[in-house]
Design a protein around this ligand. Structure first.
Ligand SMILES: [Cu+2]
Length: 120
């Protein structure tokens, strides 16, 4: 009986290891394959905070700001020299020109909100 129990535990561990290392992929960015995505601005986080988009194509990001604090008022793409005001409770769409592959951070003006745009 003991051997059986050990085997069952062993199998369970093995299944867990397989799941952990091969099946549970680390959460990657949300894909914006169509080049369009809406990002919610609330509670100190952009959701999604990591966005993947195809390099070499213009994309359009929509921000829906639900956080009334002045902190969330602007979104800044420092690398792209783009800074836009986000109206409260309305969707603001920002067009970004085509970019080469790479990671581009976007933040609020105080950098408390942080997000990454990955062109892949
Ligand atoms: Cu801020």
């Amino acid at each position: 009986m003991n051997t059986l129990l050990v085997n069952v535990i062993g199998l369970a561990l093995l299944a867990f290891v397989i799941y952990w290392f091969w099946l549970a992929k680390p959460s990657k960015g949300t894909k914006a394959e169509s080049g369009k995505i809406t990002i919610k601005v609330a509670n100190g986080v952009y959701s999604p905070a990591v966005i993947e988009a195809p390099a070499g194509k213009p994309i359009s990001l929509s921000f829906l700001r639900e956080d009334p604090s002045p902190c969330a008022q602007k979104v800044v793409f420092a690398d792209l020299d783009i800074s836009e005001d986000l109206p409260l409770g309305k969707t603001k769409t920002i067009q970004l020109p085509a970019q080469p592959t790479g990671d581009y951070r976007f933040t609020c003006q105080m950098q408390m909100y942080q997000g990454t745009l990955k062109f892949i």
